[in-house]
Design a protein around this ligand. Structure first.
Ligand code: TRP
Length: 404
């Protein structure tokens, strides 16, 4: 069956009993094509992000939780309580997230972790490191090295446009930053993990190139603060919280296993569901199929056209049927997208009721979505236009950052 990978590769794998597959390179649903997130929690051994934890975040930060938290889009975690305990006691922590630069422009699914990380940085007022794994994309996608480095800088502009605070944010590309304290940690990690273990965690085979086998240590290392002496000095006691989509969990399971063996704290995680492709929620958007995704550089006409043409509808086949039975919200893409990006809770709830009951038509909910996305994308484009090469250099400079 064809599977959409998180980063746009389309891979073909025989999945015999139609078990769902979620790993950093492929995501495909079970027998009904959908992802069973509760089953994932169990398989991966993460905890459910419960309402009382969300309330605790609100109490501690003194601001309303991000819609991604209130609406269960970030739904899983590891050790989030520990981070909140630190924050409550005034003990510093930092955020770590990343992006594998595989395409010229980000699509809306790529924006989700960065929008959420921006909220976390503001709400907790903490330092942030962002890894651009340009090396990863050369190893997996055969991308030319110089092209990967160029895409990393292009993607950095879209990331910066999400509004990060330059005084607290360090963006680095692996090709530029591997070395020094970072590389020493990579080797400490590599020494602890055997071929058998990475085969078990990531499914590597003897035919995979040796770069792939060594790479997980490169994504693991930024979980440790002493990779960033210009930010944290030699300190090892600063906790790390990683916001990411749940397909990245295998990397950090490995990291958490290794951490205590090399004298480090385990990173905590806060993990999201996937942003569905326009064609339906069984996978994620694919950067290699431009009709499956809305990109941050799409024009208003493209956005309108893609939603009207491709957004999978849970509405009735005819107006009569729709009026009688209502829409199936569980599979409806416009409804799902609005849950990610419509800010107004009351308006969203009302649309859910009206559309679910068949009083609102598919064309009408699509129109709402087109408005929301066109606004969001044009805001993003205006912000990105301000991000010059000098701004990128400022975020990526190894500079003294007294942030804890
Ligand atoms: N592997 C991720 C990707 O392909 C990029 C990444 C690197 C990342 N470090 C991370 C994602 C930390 C989340 C958290 O996009």
């Amino acid at each position: 069956m064809a599977e959409q990978s998180p980063n746009g590769d389309v891979e073909t794998k025989e999945v015999e009993q139609q078990d769902q597959v979620v790993d950093p390179w492929s995501v495909s649903g079970g027998a009904d094509g959908r992802i069973d997130y509760n089953k994932l929690l169990e398989q991966f051994g993460c905890s459910k992000l419960t309402e009382d934890l969300v309330e605790r975040v609100e109490r501690l930060t003194g601001r309303p939780a991000h819609p991604f938290l209130k609406r269960g889009i970030f739904f899983a975690h590891r050790d989030l309580q520990e981070i909140l305990d630190c924050y409550e006691k005034g003990i510093p922590f930092y955020l770590y997230t990343g992006r594998g630069p595989s395409s010229e422009a980000l699509h809306l699914g790529h924006l989700v972790p960065f929008m959420f990380t921006k909220y976390l940085q503001d709400a907790f007022n903490v330092p942030l490191v962002i890894q651009l794994t340009d090396d990863e994309k050369c190893l997996w996608r055969g991308l030319d090295i110089d092209e990967a480095r160029r895409l990393a800088r292009e993607n950095a502009k879209d990331i910066i446009a999400c509004g990060f605070d330059v005084s607290k944010t360090f963006i680095f590309s692996d090709f530029e930053y591997v070395g020094g304290a970072f590389y020493r940690n990579i080797i400490r990690i590599q020494r602890c993990v055997t071929m058998n273990q990475v085969r078990g965690i990531f499914g590597f085979t003897p035919e995979d190139n040796i770069g792939k086998i060594a790479f997980p240590a490169v994504q693991a290392a930024p979980s440790f603060p002493d990779c960033f002496p210009h930010m944290f000095g030699q300190r090892k006691d600063i906790r790390c919280l990683i916001p990411c989509a749940i397909d990245q969990d295998p990397y950090f399971r490995m990291t958490r296993d290794v951490a205590p063996r090399i004298g480090h704290l385990k990173p905590a995680l806060i993990e999201s569901k996937f942003f569905p492709a326009l064609q339906g929620e069984s996978g994620k958007m694919s950067a290699s199929d431009s009709n499956s995704a809305i990109f941050v550089n799409d024009t208003p006409a493209q956005i309108k056209d893609k939603i009207n043409k491709y957004a999978f509808s849970g509405g009735g086949a005819t107006v009569e049927e729709h009026r009688a039975k209502g829409a199936n919200l569980a599979v409806d893409v416009p409804w799902k997208y609005l849950n990610f990006f419509m800010e107004d809770d009351a308006k969203l709830a009302n649309i859910g009721q009206e559309y679910g009951a068949g009083r609102m038509l598919t064309g009408e909910i699509k129109k709402e979505l087109i408005t929301v996305l066109t606004d969001m994308v044009s805001r993003h484009q205006r912000a990105r236009a301000q991000v010059t090469d000098d701004v990128v250099d400022a975020f990526m400079a190894v500079r003294p950052m007294p942030c804890v």
